[in-house]
Design a protein around this ligand. Structure first.
Ligand code: RNT
Ligand code: ZN
Length: 416
């Protein structure tokens, strides 16, 4: 008997069909964010990242060109099991030689390479307007700026991005999640909190006036509690973003980034709350250490709990899952792969958990037995199911860093 056969038998005693879990896990797409590969720099401007988010570290081998980034993503993808989408930021427009279009004038054709890349790999694409790292960010503000011209520039950017998202959906045949996040806010105590938020609201209204098919383009509003340099106030707070999405349910969906809340709040608990009201929600899965530090996602308690809620709410088709982290202090391909695989492990483990049995114990108020059973479940041989899952998907179950190290030696280190 193989280890997987033995594990399968053990899980069957809990009423779990591990083959079915593997088959389902393979189909749950996770959106792989292009911006881990180059420290969120993008291709449409010189220099690094600005606007309330930050990468730290200077590990060698960062992708410097579209070709390098796509090659690195391919390497990462080759080591990740399961279904994928590619998450692109507007600042990653790929221009022809000598060509340039500012953010308000971006066109679908500037993202043709991304479409070709995704289509060739049978993947969908997600998209993000880029409201940061740009000279038109005025005094730290974009869509909520008191300056009309600044707002109009960024509204035009948002509308251009809707057209690009529609093109992505049309070309790939897969709906495109288009996430609106701005770092708009104030470093110190504002004298007006509602003004910026009213302007932000009206600007999003104006962006969403751009025609689109809501079954294909899914605009999201991502909230955030604070950012570097905007510690006192963010226009897109949790209440703002969630209320906007709730009041515009036929136009957009809420997006929760688990780095964007007060440290004792957990997104896992917010998922079932939102699912009571929204048909669809979106997530940015990240790992904050003490703040929204965007460390690589690991198989930690909150990642497991997020996956558990998605699975036990029966919501694998209602939650758009994306990764959002950026670590410049380690091998960037390893960062992608470890983060992606950690979330996949969490999903597989959630799919191999006897939720119906545990729920019954809760509903019958048999809490001592429920606690004991939940602890028993933690010791089930999920590693053997993971190994089988990886085998089925044609990727290594472990030891994947050897392959990355070879790529580092042969490709990444030659870039410096
Ligand atoms: C920032 C937000 C946002 C960005 C990306 C790059 O705190 O999480 O989602 O990380 O758009
Ligand atoms: Zn995010």
């Amino acid at each position: 008997m193989t280890r997987y056969e033995s594990a399968k038998e053990i899980y069957a005693r809990y009423g779990i069909d591990t083959d079915a879990a593997i088959a389902l896990c393979k189909k749950i797409p996770i959106s792989l964010h292009c911006w881990q590969g180059d420290d969120v720099r993008g291709f449409d401007h010189e220099g690094g990242l600005t606007g309330g988010i930050q990468t730290t570290g200077n590990y060698p081998g960062r992708a410097r060109t579209p070709d390098e980034l796509l090659a690195d993503m391919d390497k990462a993808i080759s080591l990740c099991p399961g279904a994928k989408k590619i998450n692109v930021h507007a600042s990653y427009a790929i221009f022809e030689k000598g060509e340039f279009a500012d953010r308000d004038a971006l066109e679908p054709r500037h993202f043709k390479k991304w479409v070709e890349f995704a289509k060739a790999r049978g993947m969908g694409l997600d998209f993000n307007p880029t409201f940061f790292s740009h000279p038109r960010v005025k005094d730290g503000l974009t869509l909520s700026s008191p300056d009309r011209e600044t707002r109009d520039f960024w509204i035009a950017h948002g509308r251009a991005c809707i057209r690009i998202a529609s093109y992505f959906a049309e070309e790939t045949g897969v709906p495109c999640v288009m996430n609106i996040w701005t770092g708009d806010g104030y470093k110190d105590i504002p004298a007006d909190r509602m003004g910026p938020r009213m302007r932000y609201k009206q600007s999003i209204d104006a962006i969403l006036e751009e025609p689109y098919d809501f079954t294909k383009v899914k605009p999201c509003i991502e909230s955030k509690v604070f950012g570097i340099g905007v510690e006192a106030f963010t226009a897109g707070s949790a209440e703002f973003a969630l209320s906007y999405a709730a009041m515009n349910r036929n136009k957009c969906i809420p997006l929760m980034d688990n780095g964007h809340y007060h440290p004792t709040e957990v997104v896992s608990d917010k998922i079932p709350a939102l699912l009571c009201f929204f048909d669809e929600i979106a997530l940015h899965v990240t790992r904050g250490i003490r703040w929204d530090s965007d460390h690589v996602v690991l198989l930690d308690d909150e990642t497991k709990e997020i996956a558990t809620e998605i699975v036990r709410c029966g919501a694998t088709e209602r939650v758009a899952i994306a990764l959002d982290f950026f670590d410049a202090s380690i091998n960037r391909i390893s960062a992608w792969v470890t983060g992606f695989r950690s979330l996949q492990k969490a999903l597989l483990s959630a799919l191999c958990t006897p939720h119906a049995m545990l729920r019954k114990l809760q509903d019958e108020n048999r809490m001592s037995r429920k606690m004991a059973a939940m602890e028993d479940v933690k010791m089930l041989p999920i590693g053997d199911v993971w190994a089988e899952y990886c085998r089925v998907c044609g990727v290594p179950a472990d030891g994947y860093y050897d392959d990355i190290e070879l790529y580092e030696k042969n490709v990444l280190l030659k870039r410096n």
